[in-house]
Structure formats: C-alpha cells, structure tokens
Design a protein around this ligand. Structure first.
Ligand code: ZN
Ligand code: ZN
Length: 470
C-alpha cells in the first residue's frame, strides 16, 4: 500500500462518522417482525430463506448474536446446548440446558419467541427420536443375555457435512460434533432403561447398529465359542452337517432323505452342537475342527480338537457340566466329548492352522497267498522314516489340484500279520494320505506298502489313534 492509497482509504473510512458522505444512507432498517411474519405465513418463502440464513455473517456462539442466529436457523434445544458454548450450571439434561439458553435469548430479543424449532438443521430432529430408538433397542435385545454393549450409529453423509459446516461457522469453538453427541445421548437414555450393562468399544456381547435415516435398529449378538475334543466311535458319521444331495438340504427335505434334508442323519457337528444350541437358545452352529477324518474313519485317543461357534445365543454363560451330560445323552455313544471350555474366534484360526502329526491304526488285505510273517513285517517297518511322494489321489482329484506332496512317515509299529490281513500303527505328518500310503493309488504314492510287499492291497478300515497337538 502506498501512502496515497492509505490516505484515500482513511478518508473513506471516516466518511460515515460525521463526514460529508454517508455510505450507509441508502440502507433502511430491517424490520425483524415483518420478516418473521412472512416466514410463518408462507412455508415456501421460509425454505427459500434458509440458505440465505445459513450463509449469513454472524459471530459464533456463545456470543449473544451467535446464539440468536442459530435459533433463527431453527436449532433444537439439544443442539443449542451442544453448540451454544454456555456453561451448563448444575449439569442439567442437555434438552433442559438448551431450553434455558433459548429463554435467555428470548429475554434479550423477544422476536425469537416466534421462531419455532420445528426442523433443526443441526440434527434434522434426530434427538427427538432418541426414546423411539431406545424402545427399538430394547425390543431387538429382548430375552438376550449380555453384559457388554457396543453402539454403532450411521448418520447420512449429507447431514454430517451440513452440520459440520453450520457448527464450524456458528457454533462455539470445541462444540462436539453431531455424531458423538447423538451417540452419547442415546447411551444416556439407554442406561436409564438397562442399568447393568457396560458400554464398550470392542468385543461386545451385543453390537447395536442404528441407522438414523430409517431408524432401523439391528442387534448383532456375538457368538459363543467353546473348545473341546471329540472322539468319533462310528464309521457312518461325518464331522460336519452334510445336506442331502438330492434336495440340497432344502427346508422340509425330500423323499430320499426322509424329509430330514440331510445326507447323513447324524454328524459330529449336530451331535455335539445341537444340545449346546438348545441350551444356549441359539440360532445355529458352525463347527471348526483341527482337520477332519473321512466318514468311515473313527477318531479315538484323546480325540480331535475343535471349536464350536454358537450363533446368536440368548444365553452366554453355559453350564459346562450340563452341556456335557446333554451331549452324552443325545450322542448314544456315536461321539464322545470329555471336556469343554470357553474359547474365542482367534482360537478358531489357531486350531485350523495347527499342523499336528497324527497316529493311525490301519488294517488291510493282500491279494494272493499269505506272506511270510517275519519278512512282511520287516518290509513294512522299513518304511519307517521315509519321505513319501504323494500325487493328489484319484478320489479327491475332482476338488483338489493335481500336484505331488512330500510327507514324512515318522514311524511305524505294532505290525500284525494274520493270513491275508495285515495291521499296523503309523505316525505321520499332517496331510498324509494314509490309505494311499498302503494301496499306492496305482503308483501315485511312492513308496507304499503295496510297493514294498509287491502285492495289491485293499484297506479294510482306518482309525485315528492320536492327534499330537496340545
Ligand atoms: Zn438439533
Ligand atoms: Zn433330500
């Protein structure tokens, strides 16, 4: 700025104060009452007026003119309390605090009493819905046992952005944003109805999701997880529920599954899971085993580790002894579980990733004349410690890619040769195809028992003796 410019500016600036020229003389005073009356008479005009108000200059709250402005914008009592920046003496409820701020403002400017806050641009009247939302939360969680609760609120992006603009322009510095304030108000109202819950930020028993636009309230009940080991004493029971091939397990089933919807009436999942599901009043279960055995393979010893996931349970503090008794009664000896303990979702991943060695007992027949016992035993024991090369077996080739895996045959013992039948115990790495290790799968597994005996072998049965984990 040059000195000349500065002089000119000073002339102009002082002109309004007793100078020759009054730059404001063409302005007429604004009649607030007239403007308000018009607004009330004609809603269209009122709406047209809103954008102008929202963009108008006004000092931020808590300046009286700022409070006057947000009242003119239509702020509700809740939002007045939130963005007004006035001290809440006595810590009264937000709505009451906001009403006081309004009364004070009306005392300063009686025109404000004619503005009814029937549509608050700072919250779109969301705070009016709080009791309604609480009722819906109570309805959604009726009969559900829970100690911890987490709330999630969805508020439309448009409202969040508009509120942010208005609050930063006219609200007090540091005023809390809508979402945080709204969440706190819902929590407060909820705690008046349910006293024995803890609101948490993670791993809640129940997660409540509120959509502020539709007022839809959804309760997600965290599953209950239980860890145990099962023994499967039957050769006719699959590990997991197996839908009928003919009807794909549709509701009501079909003739071929005798209306059960199941290919096999029983499964470990249901023999263990159904009693638990019923006692915890849950919707369904998922079964996560540390691997699985074929349907015709028994699983003995300490059993196979598993985690059962009980979905949407109404009860979440199981009586473990009661569960075990109920499983034992329903399983009729097909499946046995000795112990259960509470578990977690991360444990599901852990047991799925555990690579445990396994011991099996296997019995098979050989083609042709019986072999010399001593010779056959030595040949089989000679496989102890070898590295098998196993090309994907024909029986699973339709669902697994064709490749060659190497698996260690850790040890062999207890070889019994009885005429044309031979039996032995073998310990091997996880993922070994044990039946193929005996019959060779037409040479796809090598070496094999069939190869060292130089005889075709046919597997009679197979049992898991032990899963060497934990
Ligand atoms: Zn509001
Ligand atoms: Zn069917």
């Amino acid at each position: 700025m040059t000195d000349d410019d500065q002089d000119e500016w000073l002339d102009y600036a002082s002109a309004g104060y007793g100078g020759a020229i009054d730059p404001w003389e063409d302005l007429v005073p604004v009649d607030d009452s007239e403007e308000s009356d018009e607004d009330l008479e004609d809603e269209d005009d009122f709406e047209d007026d809103t954008p102008a108000l929202r963009d108008m200059e006004a000092p931020p709250c808590p300046a009286p003119m700022g409070i006057r402005h947000v009242i003119r914008l239509g702020a509700c009592d809740h939002c007045l309390a939130r963005i007004g920046g006035r001290l809440n003496e006595g810590g009264v409820p937000a709505k009451e605090h906001g009403a006081r701020i309004r009364v004070d403002a009306i005392e300063r400017d009686s025109m404000l009493s004619e503005i009814s806050p029937d549509y608050c641009p700072f919250c779109e009247d969301l705070f009016d819905d709080i009791q309604n939302i609480v009722v819906r939360i109570l309805r959604e969680t009726e009969g559900v046992e829970f100690n911890t609760l987490q709330m999630g609120h969805h508020i439309s992006k448009e409202l969040v952005e508009e509120e942010d603009y208005l609050r930063k322009r006219f609200g007090a510095r540091g005023a809390p944003p809508l979402k945080a304030s709204f969440a706190a108000a819902v929590e407060l109202a909820l705690k008046e109805k349910i006293t024995d819950i803890e609101l948490v930020k993670e791993v809640p028993d129940v997660m409540i999701l509120v959509d502020s636009l539709t007022l839809r309230v959804k309760a997600e009940v965290r599953p209950v997880f239980l860890y145990g080991r099962y023994r499967k004493m039957s050769r006719e029971v699959p590990q997991t529920r197996w839908p009928c091939r003919a009807c794909k397990g549709r509701e009501g089933g079909c003739e071929s599954c005798e209306m059960t919807g199941l290919q096999y009436l029983h499964s470990v999942q249901d023999l263990v899971g159904e009693p638990i599901r019923k006692l915890l009043e849950a919707d369904d279960t998922s079964f996560h085993g540390m691997g699985r055995e074929d349907i015709d393979v028994r699983c003995l010893g300490r059993g196979r580790p598993f985690v059962i996931e009980v979905k949407r349970p109404k009860k979440r503090t199981p009586d473990i002894e009661g569960l075990l008794t109920s499983i034992a009664e329903g399983a009729e000896g097909l499946v046995e579980v000795d112990e259960l303990r509470p578990s977690t979702r991360p444990e599901v991943a852990r047991i799925k990733e555990t690579k445990a060695e396994k011991s099996y007992r296997i019995r098979f027949t050989i083609e042709g004349d019986p072999l010399d016992q001593e010779d056959a035993e030595q040949r089989i024991l000679g496989l102890s410690g070898v590295m098998l090369e196993q090309r994907t077996p024909k029986r699973v080739a339709h669902r697994r890619s064709d490749l060659v895996r190497k698996r260690e045959l850790v040890s062999i013992e207890n070889v019994v040769v009885e005429d044309n039948e031979i039996q032995f115990d073998v310990r091997c790495q996880t993922g070994t195809y044990v039946k193929e290790m005996v019959h060779s799968d037409d040479g796809r597994t090598t070496p094999s028992v069939a190869e060292v005996l130089e005889r075709a072998c046919e597997v009679l049965w197979l049992d898991v003796l032990e899963i060497h984990a934990e």
